[in-house]
Ligand binder design. Structure first.
Ligand SMILES: C[S@@+](CC[C@H](N)C(=O)[O-])C[C@H]1O[C@@H](n2cnc3c(N)ncnc32)[C@H](O)[C@@H]1O
Length: 280
């Protein structure tokens, strides 16, 4: 962190200099052998290299989301710390705060053991939310969820690869909670599969073949017939935009991802949305 601070003081605040710093930070995360990394057989949050995916998203949070070192961050569905570990290298040790929640005990236990002792500004909490795949015995329904934090407490909320596993009624509950938890000007960074016309028709023929989405009845959801329903969830284009609006959030970025077969520097679709409320 000190090298970044020195570079901030000695370079003009131009876009290329900032970009250099973000790239340097991402490279530093990738090179750092001392960052905690779970055993490959305990990584349940998706395929891909744990460290590389984390470093990639750290870059997206800063570049697309405008995340600042002093932000108070909530990571919903933090899993086994894939986003938290790289964030330890960016969030300010004194002023930055991170809270991660997830229904899977193993991921939370690993993060508490390997992240919090070195970074006490990083807290992890298990919330026993029911989920058909991740936590089938869970006691709390995602349809009646109240997250254990005060109104307007956070500057930045992360939801990476979460709504890609949730039914639409639970997405609405989460977004409403995020609208409550974000301070005015605070932001949500959310990834999703938006089934737009290109994705639905596989117009380019290059859509990820694992995501052969088919519409589920009259609702906004698209599922993959060969997979359990919540293994991969897509939404009609417009559903998430409308849900953000109903939660008092304004989408400031909607960036379509490469999963549909079009060029992008991220795989899933990305929304960045801002809490525009007065906070009254
Ligand atoms: C694909 S993983 C993504 C994990 C993490 N966000 C990441 O990108 O590394 C999906 C995560 O969602 C969590 N999850 C499942 N149901 C949830 C719910 N109702 N609320 C919050 N998280 C949930 C799972 O336990 C799992 O850690």
């Amino acid at each position: 962190m000190s090298e970044i601070a020195l570079r901030q003081e000695s370079t003009p605040a131009s876009a290329p200099a900032r970009e250099d710093r973000v790239q340097w930070l991402q490279d530093a995360v990738l090179r750092n052998r001392f960052l905690p990394q779970p055993a490959p057989d305990s990584v349940f949050v998706g395929d891909g290299d744990f460290k590389a995916v984390g470093a990639e998203f750290l870059g997206h949070f800063i570049r697309m989301g405008g995340l600042l070192p002093e932000s108070r961050v909530l990571d919903i569905g933090c899993g086994i710390g894939r986003m938290a570990v790289p964030l330890t290298q960016y969030l300010d040790f004194e002023k930055g705060r991170y809270s991660g929640i997830d229904p899977v005990e193993g991921g939370i236990a690993w993060c508490r053991r390997f992240v919090t002792p070195a970074y006490p500004n990083f807290a992890f909490q298990r919330v026993d939310i029911a989920h058909d795949l991740y936590n089938p015995q869970g006691k709390i329904s995602g349809k009646a969820l109240k997250l254990p934090y005060a109104d307007r407490h956070f500057d930045f909320v992360i939801m990476t690869s979460i709504v890609t596993h949730l039914p639409p009624d639970e997405v609405l509950v989460y977004l409403s909670e995020i609208g409550r938890l974000l301070r005015p000007g605070g932001r949500l960074f959310m990834t999703a599969f938006v089934v737009d016309s290109v994705a639905a028709a596989n117009e380019t023929g290059r859509r990820d073949p694992r995501l052969a989405f088919q519409r589920d009845g009259d609702g906004p959801c698209w599922f993959v017939p060969e997979l359990p329903r919540l293994a991969a969830v897509g939404f009609d284009d417009g559903f998430l935009d409308g849900a953000l609006g109903r939660a008092g959030l304004t989408a400031i970025t909607k960036s379509l991802g490469s999963w549909r077969g079009q060029a992008a520097d991220h795989y899933q679709d990305v929304f960045v949305a801002e809490q525009r409320g007065s906070g009254a």
